[in-house]
Design a protein. Structure first.
Length: 558
């Protein structure tokens, strides 16, 4: 039963999207027989009963349709096919009806020579028989994602029975039966018509993109299932090209549907000629224009408002690559510092000698593992220069005395705004500023966590001196760099007090990120403010000015 459920959830939708209908029907029937044998047996018995009661109804309907089309000089092949037990059962469940209420357990196919004959045949059938409202679908002008094309209609046909008629060309029929295999056959020369590798096979190429971007089987499965089970909306490019998108798609999904490079460079979007947020949900008939920039890279935040597997897998891949580059950059700083302290030459040519010894594919992977804490920088030095001696000091450059009398001199990591996340990040709940003394703790799998030097949390690492990393600030080249600082004020409960505080902060070029009042009484209230400031000097100036306000009784940091 587990295999049957997996077949229904994964392999049936996959074969349907690839377009191999015979495989899909067979897999469905095998899984249905295992998951719900009583329901399948009941439907099969009812079908046998109908055959005995009505005789060769399919043959009689085929003859009448064939004669009708011949009257209008349309060369057509007509055949009928009973729907599968699972297809019948699914329709009964979806519409909440009994077997007796089903009107189209047989589908009749009309196969003609050209697209023009498809529409001529449709006109003939609609002219002769009463049309069932709401049953007409034109999959020729709007093909399904798997490439399926056909005209579907429902009529009250011969012998006053409701029937479904599907009208298609021979090529369309082969694609409906064989899917991608038929597409490849036509491409290789099996048809007089040129092969079309356009929008109908875009989903298959997207699936291959998802496979190449996926970090593992679970990621691939999640994203492909997301693609297979999505309802669709149809949107257009400014040139009129049609894209079928899952319902709930946003401009970011659309950009990746156009091309992965377009998605990666997206900075904005116009929907029906007006600039809209990237999280805007697309609707049927929207015209979408993507605005790009070569300087743009995908934002991890995009994943929160994308629904297509292709977009999500590409965003995740870009995030992994960005983090890998950041970790490698950190690792290079750490390793170069160790080499410099040992008085040894440092270059990529030298590092190449260490790549094989750590079983890494290239220098970047080796340095990324150093930055992530999986490999010690000193071990890289030792791998290249086995006879080098480990430098010893009694105290780190951070100035903090460590319990061990001997420890390696740690590399100096320069912390700038670009490295304030990912490979190097601040400890949760701490807000150090340029000018504060800081120290880093190397955590395998996470990189370097930066703490203020007086943080009580550092006591937990006193017995692990090898994890300490000396860190300094490097923000002099950062334009308008902003860091968060937390301050707490005791404020008089007077009219206009908050306005005076906000005005003063603005006058000193500070910016209030958030504020809250955890305590309040009749005379005073506590005000906690998260400020954006440039550095410690900037914060100190603001705090000094706040103490000068008559409505402020006390100002503390934190």
């Amino acid at each position: 039963r587990r295999i049957a459920r997996e077949t229904m959830e994964i392999y049936v939708p996959l074969t349907e999207r690839i377009g191999i209908r015979d495989w899909k029907d067979e897999l469905e029937d095998l899984a249905f027989a295992e998951l719900n044998p009583d329901a399948r047996s009941s439907i099969v018995n009812r079908l046998h009963y109908l055959h005995e009661e009505s005789g060769d109804t399919i043959g009689r309907v085929v003859e009448e349709l064939q004669a009708l089309l011949a009257e209008h000089e349309i060369d057509a092949e007509v055949n009928g096919r009973e729907k599968s037990p699972f297809s019948i059962w699914r329709k009964m469940q979806r519409q909440n009806i009994g077997f007796e209420q089903l009107s189209d357990i047989v589908a009749f196919r009309v196969i003609v020579d050209s697209v023009a004959d498809c529409y001529r045949a449709l006109g003939c059938i609609h002219g002769r028989y009463t049309v069932t409202p709401g049953r007409f679908k034109d999959y020729i002008s709007l093909p399904k994602p798997n490439g399926y094309q056909s005209l579907h209609t429902g009529v009250i046909g011969p012998e006053n029975t409701r029937i479904e008629v599907q009208i298609r060309t021979r090529e369309m029929h082969d694609v409906a039966e064989l899917g991608v295999a038929a597409h490849w056959r036509y491409k290789s020369g099996g048809s007089q018509e040129p092969a079309r590798e356009g929008r109908q096979y875009r989903w298959l190429r997207d699936m291959l993109d998802i496979l190449s971007n996926a970090s593992g089987p679970d990621d691939f499965l999640e994203n492909t299932k997301m693609e297979m089970f999505a309802d669709q909306v149809f949107v257009f490019t400014p040139k009129g090209d049609l894209h079928a998108m899952p319902r709930g798609s946003t401009p970011v999904d659309f950009a990746y549907a156009v091309h992965t490079d377009v998605g990666n460079r997206t900075v904005g979007a116009k929907i029906n000629g007006r600039i809209k947020p990237l999280r805007t949900e697309l609707r049927n008939g929207d015209q979408v224009e993507i605005i790009t920039s070569k300087a743009q890279t995908p934002s991890p935040a995009w994943e929160a408002f994308t629904v297509t597997g292709k977009a999500r897998s590409a965003i995740r891949r870009a995030a992994r690559q960005s983090q890998q580059h950041e970790l490698a950059r950190l690792g290079r700083l750490m390793v170069s510092s160790v080499f410099e302290l040992a008085g040894k030459e440092f270059s990529d040519a030298v590092l190449e000698r260490a790549v094989g010894r750590f079983d890494r594919k290239d220098i970047e992977e080796l340095l990324a593992d150093v930055g992530e804490g999986r490999i010690q920088a000193y071990d890289v030095l030792k791998a290249v220069y086995p006879r080098v001696r480990k430098p010893k000091v009694g105290e780190g450059a951070s100035g903090r005395a460590l319990p061990s009398g001997e420890r390696a001199v740690k590399p100096l990591v320069k912390l700038d705004k670009r490295m304030s996340h990912g490979a190097v990040h601040f400890a949760e709940g701490t807000y150090p500023l340029p000018g504060d003394r800081i120290v880093g703790i190397l955590t395998p799998g996470e990189g370097v966590t930066v703490y203020p030097i007086d943080s009580e949390a550092l006591a937990a690492f006193d017995s692990e001196p090898e994890r300490w990393i000396d860190v300094t600030w490097d923000v002099q080249n950062e334009e308008e760099a902003a860091f968060l600082a937390k301050i707490t004020l005791m404020v008089r409960n007077e009219v206009g007090a908050l306005g005076s505080i906000a005005t003063l902060i603005a006058d000193y070029d500070g910016n209030i990120d958030t504020l809250s009042t955890p305590q309040r009484d009749r005379d005073f209230y506590t005000l906690q403010i998260m400020l954006e400031v440039r550095d410690l000097k900037h914060l100190t100036s603001i705090m000094s000015a706040l103490r000068g306000l008559s409505v402020v009784n006390k100002v503390t940091r934190g």
